[in-house]
Design a protein around this ligand. Sequence first.
Ligand SMILES: [Fe+2]
Length: 263
Amino acid sequence: MIDLHSHLLPGIDDGPRTTDDSLEMARVALAAGITDVVCTPHMSQRYPTPVEWMAESVVELRAALNAAEIPLNIHSGGEIRLDWFGELGDEELLAASIAGTGRWLLLEMPAEGWPLELGSILDGLAVRGIGAVLAHPERCAAVQRAPDRLWDPVGRGALVQINAGSLTGEHGSAPQRTAKKLIATGLCHLLASDSHSATWRPPEMEPGLAEAAMVLRCEPDDLVDLVQDTPAKILAGERVSPSPRTPPQGLLERASSDRTDGP
Ligand SMILES: [Fe+2]
């Protein structure tokens, strides 16, 4: 599996404090079947992480992984909060792009409110050939009230990434309910760990994948595109069509019948 969202770098944000903590996370990720991790430290007003730090930290952690003989592949990236997007120039966006390809950015959705600037940001990126992955919209209260809001950004080419932990209830009942609804309606293109430590929000995706499979009444192996195929394309800087998976018959109707619309 390929994890496109992880706070694996030490001492940068609210992820691990030390390199040893990061190495322990890496061991957990490997044991959980993860081969590749994109290191996505917060880039926000609260954590105005300079891209130079991120690049240096990836090089240093890669060396530490080699020295500790932990065969986990790590890649550069960043989790850009929308309140910080306007502060970043082209060079910084390139450095923060997933695996440094300049093709995909990970944008953090806010917990409260709906970001009115999202559409224009996505359009502005699209004309430059840059796609966006929306991080954990299931944790956004506005999406919990009205999951259909996501059709607009998806229509503009964005991909929806759900935290695997949301599906298992790690973030509470509203994110879990919303995550399952997004899975059921095909409005989810990626799962990621958004891991912060080896134990609290650990780097694992299989339990979430199993929950997604239960929602769709299929086997976890049927959903490998969420954790392997689509992440691999993004890692390689390839285009990905955000067309939703076709849900099994009946699920769309069921999901829409218990949909809660909000303002
Ligand atoms: Fe994150």
